[in-house]
Design a protein around this ligand. Structure first.
Ligand code: KIV
Length: 262
């Protein structure tokens, strides 16, 4: 299993970091058998696992339950638990309780969105032994503040603001930074300026690593087709076809056969 020290080493060696989201035991056990470096139990689970329209519906309880399931399935992976909407903006005691819930569920680090107003809390976590991953650009918990899911950092001012925020998260003690939906040249520039690695999603090839949502990269989600997703499998079609084969086999009495019976 990699540690936060390896994130730094990989960046120094020019070796790309690979991250995938994962939310359940069975999928985690599959990821555990791959060379993928780390797992994000993302608050995107509100959408992928629970069918909500955005990530605002995720709660600490949901995140802890899914983190525990992933940690039982992926024993050899570094696991990052996502702090859900407002759970780190509610006063120190409540914030710490949220972090404690995720860490005690099996996370090795937590991730939180945004920079403004978070530096003090990040430093407190780092001094308390909790590694923190930052997240800038299109931060989905800010969807209503951003006015929708839009590429961020397109103007000179907003690009400069993103760079300043990235530097402030590094100074606060983050060990890595997710950059979501920012122009590729800006992500490359931020990645060069930072000592900590960046992990991109919709941020081009210049980031120090990449993350994709499990359901997106395996083609399990047919309704969501953003430009930055590459489907590595037609999962939904393959699953549906296998399920159809099963239904037909039952109807035609091909299943269960002799070898499936006691
Ligand atoms: O929740 C999530 O899946 C994320 C990734 C998209 C980075 O935050």
């Amino acid at each position: 299993m990699i540690t936060i020290c390896d994130f730094q080493k990989k960046k120094a060696a020019g070796e790309k970091i690979t991250m995938v989201t994962c939310y359940d035991y069975t999928s985690a056990a599959i990821v555990n058998k791959t060379s993928i470096d780390c797992i994000l139990v993302g608050d995107s689970l509100a959408m992928t696992m629970h069918g909500f329209r955005d990530t605002l519906a995720a709660t600490v309880e949901m995140m802890a339950l899914h983190t525990a399931a992933v940690s039982r399935g992926a024993k050899n992976k570094f696991i990052i638990g996502d702090l859900p909407f407002l759970s780190y903006r509610s006063g120190l005691n409540e914030n710490m309780a949220a972090v404690q819930a995720l860490m005690q569920a099996g996370a090795h680090a937590v991730k939180l969105e945004g920079a403004s107003g978070n530096a003090g809390f990040i430093a407190h976590l780092v001094h308390s032994g909790v590694p923190v991953m930052g997240h800038l650009g299109l931060t989905p918990q800010f969807v209503h503040q951003l006015g929708g899911y839009k590429v961020q950092g397109k103007t000179e001012d907003s690009a400069q603001r993103l760079l300043d925020e990235a530097l402030s998260l590094e100074a606060a003690g983050c060990f890595a930074l997710v950059l979501e939906c920012v122009p590729a040249p800006l992500a490359a520039k931020i990645s060069k300026k930072l000592k900590i690695p960046t992990i991109g999603i919709g941020a081009g090839a210049g980031a120090d690593g990449q993350v994709l949502v499990f359901q997106d990269l395996l083609g399990l989600n047919t309704e969501f087709k953003p430009k930055f997703v590459k489907k590595f499998l037609n999962g939904a079609e393959l699953f549906a076809s296998a399920l159809e084969d099963y239904a037909q086999a039952v109807k035609t009495e091909e299943f269960p056969a002799h070898e499936h019976s006691f």
